[in-house]
Design a protein around this ligand. Structure first.
Ligand code: CTP
Length: 409
């Protein structure tokens, strides 16, 4: 086989199946080779003959075909590819994937694969909005499956709304991008480096019902983890509760409290780089209530105690201290002064200081304005998307590792 990227295209039985012919042509144009699995229902919309002609390969349809299982069984089909794409993905196949049902060649292959999976849903708007489909989609997202679309617009059934399969250009661009990142990763500048990133808020229970937290969305930590991963770093993201799905390819550890985050970080050491982007709750309840606190007086006093400082623990007390320990400083006043004190107090190498006063919209927003502080340098970064900050920080890390094989900035 040549060095083309390989996609196993699973076509399930929706009207958008007819678009698979154009999709194959477009992917061929991008030098991606396609092998098709056609479900029984999809075979009513598109013929194996046209798929074979365009993909220049046999089309697989039957789980119990003796000849197919002898030459290329479902396990081999699921492994001899770089990516599995389900397009169109009907509500039915999405439900089966979510439950792990394997009752035909397509679903058995999906259950057996160890390769990344991308799906392009296509269905009627009510089917898409149905609670079961939405639950199934969030299950797939949690498992790291990437979803393209669906799009808004007029449907084959005459209704309007979300449910149309994304157009061929969008699907092929996503695949192209996926392979670019993969190639980048293989030759990535952080290949072989182990990185740990913390993100999101922590929740500190008051009683079984209530907790203390903050407005952190987790977007910045996730963006940093993605940027490092794209440069080939072996990345672990330790995150408190957020609404963001697990990014594919990254080892994500979900924790709730500051103490759990600390333990999870320590379990990940040794690492080359640790970046603490989490908004850790500084305090927890001294004596957590085991039963719901009932209203009694007009006021209630809670005794709080300080949580461990994860960044300082990693930077100051670990024998196997990472080469680079990076923190954030969330300040509402005296940004530079407070952040510089933090750099020193916590013993980290760099601090990314940001103004989190309400009007900046940093907490929960999509942009951030950073002052980059190291022991001998202060840089002002422009307002950037959190994605762009992840990339800029990654570039700096790469430059640092190149320039300082042993020393510090
Ligand atoms: N941090 C941490 N563990 C904590 C508190 C903070 O690891 N218990 C980390 C954050 O992830 C961030 C840095 O320390 O990288 C600074 O966090 P910040 O909230 O700005 O400061 P605090 O240390 O909480 O200090 P203060 O609230 O007094 O500003």
């Amino acid at each position: 086989m040549n060095n083309k990227q390989r996609v196993l295209l699973i076509i399930s039985g929706g009207i958008a199946a007819y678009k698979s012919l154009d999709l194959i042509r477009e992917l061929n144009r991008l030098n991606i080779s396609i092998r098709c699995i056609l479900t029984e229902n999809a075979g009513k919309f598109v013929t194996p003959l046209s798929l074979t002609a365009l993909s220049k390969d046999k089309v697989y349809q039957d789980l119990f075909s003796v000849s197919d299982e002898n030459t290329m069984g479902h396990i081999q089909l699921s492994r001899n590819t770089d990516l599995v794409l389900v397009a169109p993905a009907t509500a039915n196949i999405i439900a089966k994937m979510s439950c792990g049902i394997a009752d035909d060649l397509a679903t058995t292959t999906l259950l057996a694969t160890d390769k990344p999976v991308i799906i392009a849903p296509s269905m009627n708007v009510r089917m898409w909005n149905h609670a079961s489909t939405q639950t199934n989609i969030s299950t797939l997202l949690k498992r790291g499956i990437k979803i393209i679309g669906p799009e808004d617009g007029e449907m084959a059934c005459g209704e309007f709304g979300l449910g149309r399969m994304s157009d061929i250009e969008k699907i092929s661009a996503t695949l192209n991008n996926f392979f670019k990142i993969k190639t980048n990763k293989a030759a990535g500048k952080l290949k072989g480096r182990k990185v740990v990133v913390t993100g999101g808020p922590t929740h500190e229970a008051i009683d079984p019902i209530r907790y203390i937290t903050n407005h952190s969305s987790g977007k910045q930590g996730f963006a940093i983890a993605r940027a490092l991963h794209e440069q080939g770093a072996t990345t672990t993201l330790i995150t408190g509760p957020t609404q963001i799905p697990d990014p594919p390819g990254i080892c994500v550890k979900h924790i709730t409290t500051a103490e759990e985050m600390l333990q999870s970080c320590l379990d990940c050491l040794p690492a080359d780089i640790v970046i603490c982007a989490a908004a850790v709750s500084d305090w927890r309840i001294k004596n957590q209530y085991s039963e719901k606190i009932k209203k009694q007086d007009e006021t209630l006093s809670l005794e709080l105690m300080e949580n461990p400082d994860i960044l300082a623990t990693i930077a100051r007390t670990q024998k196997n201290r990472p080469n680079l320990v990076i923190g954030f400083a969330a300040e509402t006043q005296n940004l530079l002064e407070n952040a510089t004190i933090k750099l020193d107090k916590k013993g980290c190498d760099w601090i990314l200081a940001n103004n989190v006063s309400k009007e900046t919209g940093v907490f929960g927003g999509d942009t951030n304005q950073i002052k980059f502080i190291s022991k001998n340098k202060i840089e002002e970064w422009p307002i950037l998307s959190k994605e762009a900050i992840g990339k800029k920080l990654t570039k700096r890390i790469i430059a640092f590792l190149k320039d300082h094989k042993n020393g510090k900035d």
